[in-house]
Write a protein that binds this ligand. Structure first.
Ligand SMILES: *Cc1c(COP(=O)(O)O)cnc(C)c1O
Length: 398
């Protein structure tokens, strides 16, 4: 038995089976490339669902982490740390908001946004506490906590986990009329993904984001953009909402904020909204820790300095053009924005995922029929060409 098989066996023996990974073991990585224990190399075209926008082990971010590792990694939030203020300032610059609240995972940031919206509803809008309603979309993905799966319409994420959290109204995605119709005097917010990633890279029609902004403003409800996957340049804009020049009331960020080195998430909003929190009302032991802040600060600096949105836009166009040349009658749609691209097949796509792996290309199907490609934004054109060759071989040869 080779090393990979041995590792897989052990992992499956002791680990809960809440994931079904493909038979690839990643032992080392650098940039876009990952390597198994036998030394085989693969293009990482999934990038931990967009957490690796900077590629694996970006040298400057690793350097920033090392520098911080020589100083301090964690302090009690009972005291200040010397990095958190800079993190706030840079995140506020990036989002155009004037306050932020750090957490660790995307789900925690979503939970924070939900709590913010409920409190804002009760304290500012005047909805009786306990009556707040938040509108969400069908086929959403916002994470895995009990409250978040209460918003889900995915049976596999919900089954057996009841009772659910109340106060969520589910409407079809990309349907502005349904949003307008679902609002009542107790509605406090609309939570949505500007592009639905896990649902299979579902891109709403142009105009939807503007309509959402307009409806939220007119009805005095908060627009909560879950940009955990789409934010930080992935779709060719710094935030996917920028595509229509729209500013949500709350940005929910995660994944790439920690650049693959640390779990870092946050919400950003204006003071009138985030001032609903007083000491003791919310928190996290690791949220805002110095190591996480140091990593996120460097990541945000690089995003702006190297104009990652433009890189994702240009490379995305090149990649999409290449994908559209692939000939396979089973492919029924190729869509996306920037470097977040979905290739939809007529039937279950898992056999094609196996073929991709055999060609040295890592990607995975989401919701059975769509293979998502979201390589690091640092991928160069030669790597894109080579990955495209592998994809062409996997999709065209029988
Ligand atoms: C991944 C993701 C989350 C959850 O993030 P975790 O870090 O896994 O908790 C939330 N929203 C969206 C849109 C995501 O893609």
């Amino acid at each position: 038995m080779n090393k990979s098989n041995h590792i897989i066996k052990k992992t499956e023996k002791f680990g809960a089976a809440n994931y079904r990974p493909k038979n690839v073991v990643i032992d080392r990585a650098r940039g876009v490339m990952v390597y198994d224990p036998e030394g085989r190399s693969y293009f990482d075209m999934l990038s931990a669902y967009s957490a690796l926008n900077f590629g694996h082990l970006h040298p400057e971010i690793v350097e920033a982490a090392k520098h911080q590792l020589g100083k301090v990694t964690l302090t009690s939030r009972a005291f200040h740390n010397s990095v958190l203020g800079d993190f706030y300032e840079i995140l506020c610059d990036l989002t155009g908001k004037n306050m932020a609240l750090p957490m660790n995972t995307g789900a925690e940031a979503v939970e924070t946004a939900l709590k913010t919206a409920r409190r804002w509803g009760a304290f500012v809008k005047g909805v009786p506490d306990g009556k707040q309603e938040i509108i969400v979309c069908e086929n959403n993905f916002h994470g895995r906590t009990i409250s978040i799966i209460s918003m889900s319409t995915d049976d596999s994420a919900r089954r057996g986990f009841a009772p659910y959290t109340e106060g969520f109204i589910k409407i079809p995605y990309a349907d502005a009329r349904a949003l307008e119709a679902a609002i009542n005097e107790n509605t406090v917010a609309f939570l949505f993904e500007p592009i639905q990633g896990e649902a299979g890279v579902i891109v709403p029609p142009d105009g939807y984001l503007e309509q959402v902004r307009d409806i939220c403003t007119r009805n005095n409800i908060l627009m909560l953009a879950d940009e955990v996957q789409t934010g930080l340049a992935r779709t060719g804009d710094m935030f996917a909402c920028d595509h229509e020049g729209v500013e949500p009331d709350i940005y929910i960020l995660g994944k790439a904020l920690g650049s693959g080195l640390m779990p870092v998430s946050a919400i950003a909003a204006d003071r009138e909204i985030l001032s609903v929190f007083e000491p003791g009302s919310h928190g996290s032991t690791f949220g805002g820790n110095p190591l996480a802040c140091a990593v996120a600060i460097k990541a945000m600096e690089i995003l702006v300095r190297d104009d990652y949105p433009r890189l994702a836009r240009e490379k995305g166009r090149f990649f999409l053009d290449g994908l559209k040349k692939v000939k396979n009658p089973d492919i029924i749609d190729i869509r996306g924005r920037g470097l977040l691209i979905g290739v939809e097949f007529k039937n279950d796509a898992s056999a094609y995922v196996e073929k991709l792996i055999a060609q040295g290309v890592l990607a995975k199907e989401t919701h059975e029929r769509t293979i998502r490609f979201a390589p690091p934004i640092t991928i160069n054109y030669e790597e894109l060409e080579n990955a495209l060759t592998g994809i062409k071989n996997a999709f065209e040869k029988t």
